[in-house]
Design a binder for this molecule. Structure first.
Ligand SMILES: [Zn+2]
Length: 438
């Protein structure tokens, strides 16, 4: 029996025959094969052979993902006559020592097949990039990391995003994904539904500074986003149609950097707020995941963006104030200096503020309507996230509201990306807004 494929536009992208309506060019992604199906049972060996021929395979999983899918995959590959070994990587961590151990322990194999999300997938991606081997992934939960070329590496406790290489094959068995912990599904939903706040910020930056901006990824995401949101209430029931939409949007979001060359497309102020939590919360970090934090931050940004877009008169900018002393007290001298340097790149002096105010006065109606066209209403986003079981407030994350407000207020200082946080702060609107954030 042939399983029903749920690829949609991804089929065209993998075949490099998707025509981008923004510029009429044929485009694709650098992954040989993506499969999304209700079940992949019985097709495992065929998919692996299509990407790696009869090379020696090592299946890498932890005890949970072995149980969920890895064991079945091993059996299927062995039955098919492939040379297969196995590495059970318990408590996987993407740090140099563990990666070296993974490389050594799997050195016999020519190909690593990661079974699982997060660390197992990123670990195989990084290890094979370093030692020049191929890898593919069988997903056990939805997330956008499978289709990115980057891995999140821990260096001395800090997370660094390292550009590695793309998987040859990325395979989603919806029957397996439907059984993953619900928290992972909600977090994956939050990490892609932030498309609206990221696009709004990136477009704002483009309209004010004429920096590069591309609609390509958004055109691709739009094929599924409305349906994904409409089906949000069915996600946690394990509905295959709802999961397929989420998996497709995640896969496209993950590969979107290859169209734009930057991560702006899905990572603006909402991600900067989440990074602040990871960088600064220390012992107060509630142990929440990237997607969970990005979700709460997206709701904060969505409200700020929607409130700003509704203003009749444009915000009136004053020269940027970088509170270096306060930042030093909170995060240390060295960090405060780094933050000041990043912020200087986008800071307004007297003249810059006057020039931008002129522009805003002239173009505010057009800027507003361009932004409104890509910005989902706050209630729509909030309701969809609630239906998908996402955390919605700092309290849901387990973070004191006061601390969360501090990170929202300081997030603009960690990167040179201009966002609605900058526009609000430099026009005196951020502080009163923060008082209403929870
Ligand atoms: Zn993210």
């Amino acid at each position: 029996m042939t399983a029903h494929s749920r690829l949609g536009v991804i089929e065209d992208l993998v075949a490099h025959r998707w025509v981008d309506p923004n510029d009429g060019q044929q485009k694709g992604i650098k992954i040989d094969r993506i499969e999304i199906a209700d079940t992949l049972e019985g097709r495992e060996a065929e998919l692996v052979r299509a990407c790696h021929g009869d090379k020696h395979i090592c299946v890498v999983h932890d005890s949970f993902t072995r149980e969920a899918l890895g064991g079945r995959l091993l059996d299927a590959l062995r039955r098919d006559g492939l040379t297969v070994s196995e590495y059970v990587w318990n408590k996987p961590k993407v740090e140099l020592g563990a990666i070296r151990k993974l490389s050594e322990a799997t050195a016999d194999a020519e190909v690593l097949i990661a079974v699982g999300s997060g660390s197992v997938s990123d670990g195989c991606k990084y290890a094979t990039f370093e030692d020049g081997r191929e890898y593919s992934v069988f997903a056990t939960s939805p997330m956008n990391a499978y289709t990115t070329p980057t891995a999140s590496l821990s260096v001395d406790g800090f997370k660094k995003s390292i550009t590695c290489h793309f998987a040859k094959g990325v395979f989603f068995d919806l029957g397996v994904i439907a059984k993953c912990p619900p928290r992972l599904v909600s977090a994956a939903f939050a990490d892609v539904v932030c498309r609206t706040t990221a696009q709004s910020d990136w477009l704002l930056m483009h309209l004010l500074y004429d920096t590069p901006y591309s609609e390509t990824a958004y055109t691709l995401l739009a094929y599924d986003e409305d349906d994904m949101i409409a089906l949000a209430p069915k996600l946690l029931e394990g509905d295959f149609e709802a999961l397929a939409r989420l998996v497709r949007v995640s896969a496209i979001m993950g590969s979107s950097t290859s169209f734009t060359g930057t991560t702006h497309v899905g990572s603006m102020a909402e991600h900067m707020i989440s990074h602040c939590i990871d960088m600064f919360a220390g012992s107060q970090h509630p142990g929440t995941s990237h997607g969970e934090q990005v979700g709460v931050a997206s709701l904060t940004m969505s409200r700020l963006q929607n409130e700003t877009i509704a203003l009749d008169a444009p915000p009136e900018l004053k020269p940027t104030v970088i509170p270096v002393e306060q930042l030093a007290k909170r995060y240390g001298e060295a960090m405060a200096r780094t933050m000041a340097e990043e912020t200087e790149k986008k800071a307004f002096d007297e003249e810059g503020a006057a020039r931008m105010n002129d522009k805003l006065r002239r173009e505010w109606p057009q800027i507003k309507s361009r932004l409104a066209a890509v910005t989902r209403p706050f209630d729509e986003l909030h309701n969809a996230m609630a239906a998908a079981g996402c955390q919605l407030t700092a309290a849901d994350l387990g973070l004191p509201a006061e601390l969360y407000r501090q990170y929202v207020g300081d997030a603009r200082f960690i990167r040179d990306r201009f966002s609605m946080l900058d526009l609000a702060d430099d026009s005196g609107r951020l502080e009163p807004f923060l008082a209403t954030v929870n």
